[in-house]
Design a binder for this molecule. Structure first.
Ligand SMILES: Nc1ncnc2c1ncn2[C@@H]1O[C@H](COP(=O)(O)OP(=O)(O)OP(=O)(O)O)[C@@H](O)[C@H]1O
Ligand SMILES: [Mg+2]
Length: 517
């Protein structure tokens, strides 16, 4: 069959230059070209003259394409041969007989008896790479095939250099984004967030922070949502010898499950589809500084194992990498969940818990340090007014503070901060009254949580009995959980340890004891 060369060139070029994605253009063009050239697969390589190696970027066959990023050294004695730009297409009848093919055979990419058709890609007189057609049978290619393939030399050369540039761009973009994130966190910590209540409601917490900050021991912060765990983690970093190093935050619950490994530990180029460039993970970026593992209770068991390894060995391995990288980091973890209960349920590893829980700090909820509310409100009013560019400083309306003090703040400091911001926007310059705060009596009813039962005649009125009955009812509502958000202590607005003490005294079983009953 006579091939219409112009048609062949046009159709093949459209496919070769149809995408920047190496896998896509190699597969699409191969599907077309194999109607004319009897190949079973095709490889695209980039030639790196400085290192004297080919890098096999991708391969395609009738089944599909895959990225490889595999370095194949060119033995020094044949480099000058590889560099010869005179012959455009080279036909090799049996791979084994050709010196440049031997490293491919030893890497398992080629069978000894395969035949090859190699197209050298040249840009501005330099070899930039090659396209290799492979047939499983010997002597599959003839001069006609060599001629046809040579028509595609330029389109392939253009596609290769475009996709290399594109990858370079992606790498630079990732580096820039990384720098940006780093500078942002630097800025945040240089400007230093003020800790309100440091000498008052958070005094005990700050004492512990000062004790532990200079050491490199792990710290586990426990506190309800919005209590200021991240603020305290930042304070530990700023008061430590690592303050000049990075402070890297990882929100363990916010990273998609399939990306956790590569986010934390990084990946090598080509480690998986889409890993176009090498990426440093958060642990590597935190080197010399602090890593803050927020919501550590959300980590999947497999990731918990790998985290444990990092804590023990102080080294990481990138996904798809083989070398271990030493890291010098301080780990601060935080959770609002009851990790001990999670250990009992089998969702959190006990050995990891012991590694993280070297120095636990519990941050009390705002309702247990209501004395801080006044200074927090004033601090947030000034901060928000400044951010909004207000010239006049807002003031509180009479009775506003009392209203704030009588509320239970389930969302803690964050809720207060948001409430201040919202009220400031709505106040229109008038004194702020915080009128939208729910009255304390309606609060629990509005939350749909508790209904205190009316007493029936003859019911015992002994205080302990009433309290005990009430706690049991609340416990039922909380599905038997004492601590954590939505747990009995949370609903009753008391400290979990206070509640447990009370329950022990009243003989109400909980936790393991309850399970045994
Ligand atoms: N003591 C404090 N002084 C000043 N601002 C505070 C204080 N505590 C918390 N904040 C502010 O309240 C907000 C919530 O704090 P942070 O993010 O540290 O809480 P968190 O415990 O990490 O919450 P979550 O569990 O939801 O992640 C932040 O904007 C923080 O700046
Ligand atoms: Mg947080």
């Amino acid at each position: 069959m006579e091939t219409d060369e112009r048609e062949f060139f046009r159709e093949a070029t459209l496919r070769i230059c149809g995408s920047l994605d190496v896998e896509t253009f190699l597969y699409e063009s191969f599907k077309y070209i194999r109607q004319f050239i009897p190949a079973d697969s095709i490889f695209l390589t980039h030639y790196c003259a400085e290192r004297g190696e080919h890098v096999a970027l991708a391969q395609a066959s009738a089944e599909g394409a895959s990225l490889l990023h595999l370095a194949i050294p060119v033995p020094p004695d044949i480099r000058s041969f590889v560099m010869r730009p005179d012959r455009v297409a080279l036909v090799v009848e049996r791979a084994e007989t050709h010196p440049t093919a031997r490293p491919w055979i030893s890497k398992g990419l080629l069978e000894k008896d395969s035949s090859l058709l190699v197209l050298r890609l040249i840009v501005d007189g330099d070899i930039v790479g090659g396209v290799t057609f492979i047939s499983k049978v010997s002597a599959a290619f003839n001069e006609e095939h060599a001629h046809l393939s040579s028509l595609l030399r330029e389109p392939f050369a253009i596609a290769l250099s475009n996709s290399l540039r594109y990858q370079e761009l992606l790498e630079l973009k990732e580096l820039l984004a990384e720098d940006n994130r780093f500078l942002h966190s630097e800025l945040r910590h240089k400007t230093g967030e003020e800790i309100i209540g440091a000498d008052f409601g958070l005094r005990g917490v700050m004492e512990m922070v000062r004790q532990v900050a200079p050491l490199s021991s792990p710290v586990l912060l426990w506190g309800e949502t919005g209590t200021g765990k991240e603020v305290i983690a930042g304070a530990i970093h700023n008061l430590s010898g690592r303050r000049e190093g990075p402070f890297i935050t990882v929100n363990c619950g916010a990273i998609p499950e399939n990306l956790v490994d590569s986010e934390l530990f990084g990946h090598e180029k080509g480690a998986f589809t889409g890993a176009l460039a090498r990426k440093r993970g958060r642990f590597e970026r935190a080197n010399g500084g602090t890593i803050f593992l927020d919501e550590v209770g959300e980590l999947q068991p497999e990731v918990q194992v790998r985290l444990l390894r990092v804590l023990q060995e102080k080294e990481i391995e990138r996904v798809g990498g083989t070398e271990s990288i030493k890291v010098d980091i301080r780990v601060i973890a935080a959770t609002h969940r009851n990790l001990k209960a999670m250990i009992r349920e089998g969702t959190f590893r006990e050995d990891l818990y012991f590694r993280l829980n070297v120095f636990p700090i519990e941050i009390p909820p705002l309702r247990e340090r209501k004395g801080d509310i006044s200074s927090l409100v004033h601090y947030f009013m000034q901060k928000k007014a400044r951010e909004m560019g207000r010239k006049d400083m807002p003031v509180l309306a009479p009775g506003a503070l009392e209203r704030l003090m009588s509320y239970s703040w389930p969302g803690n400091v964050r809720e207060l901060e948001n409430m201040v911001e919202r009220s400031l926007i709505l106040s229109g310059g008038k004194p702020i009254a915080f009128e939208d705060i729910q009255a304390p009596m309606n609060q629990s009813a509005a939350m749909g949580v508790l209904h205190i039962p009316h007493l029936a005649p003859g019911d015992t009125l002994a205080l302990d009995a009433v309290v005990s009955r009430h706690i049991r009812k609340v416990l039922e509502t909380a599905n038997g959980r004492v601590g954590g958000k939505g747990g009995a202590a949370d609903l009753l607005q008391v400290n979990p340890s206070t509640l447990r003490k009370r329950m022990r005294k009243l003989g109400i079983p909980f936790g393991r004891k309850k399970a045994e009953l």
